[in-house]
Design a protein around this ligand. Sequence first.
Ligand code: DGL
Length: 270
Amino acid sequence: MKIGVFDSGLGGLSILKSLKKSLPQYDYLYLGDSLHVPYGDKDPEKITTWAKKIIPFFIEKNCCLIIFACNTITATSLSQIQEKFDHQIKVLGIIRPTSEFLLANPARKIGIIGTTNTIVSNIFTHDLEKISPKKRINYHQQACPGLVEEIEKGPPYSKKMKTILSSCLALLTEKKVDVLVLGCTHYNLIADQIQTLLPKTKIITQGDIAAQKLAAYLNRHLDLAQKITCQSKLELYFTKIKVNYSFLVNFFLDNREQSVELKLAKINFS
Ligand code: DGL
């Protein structure tokens, strides 16, 4: 069986890349809902409805575990999806591993950037308070609307992307945050550009965190780990294959070997 990785589009490739690097033996199936990307400003109920149609695809394709490589889906839909599919498949989100990392690596003032849905849900702050209710955490959150659309276009990045990013980051610089969490997997794809704009700030990306937490999780759940086949295979599905996707997938995965084939996931959303 395979490990499923789910995002709205290309963003989850930042997580997949780290998973493949840390746990290269496993077989992975990636699905990006590129038909509906961006999720960040869509109605959360709609996102949950799409996710409910997408999960059976992972089950049909023989996945035994799904990682939500998307902060927005985790924020809007994780608990409802876990409740609905609990008896069929294990589903893990991306926020809890990030919160645990932040608690284990305390900072003076934490900045968090994400999509509007993620920031409005306050999921990071609720989660941090839930795991460690007594700890006072100083944080500042900022949504970056429009950024995902520009990242999806890939390099060379537009002037518009730089403008959105600069105004978003300027607000955080004013707040003098000393670490910045990239709370959207799409932003993780441009971590280097963000670091260049904020040279003194420690940038927290989610790929390695997710990989470490998954390894620890599988060590604790050997029954599940033993179901995952180990042929280092990768299947890549999208609900819409856009013209530049083949190039972008290989670019974001830093794939220098033979280019990976993209397949269309035929899911009935009506
Ligand atoms: N990459 C996703 C996230 O981590 C969603 C971006 C979007 O579709 O707006 O939030």
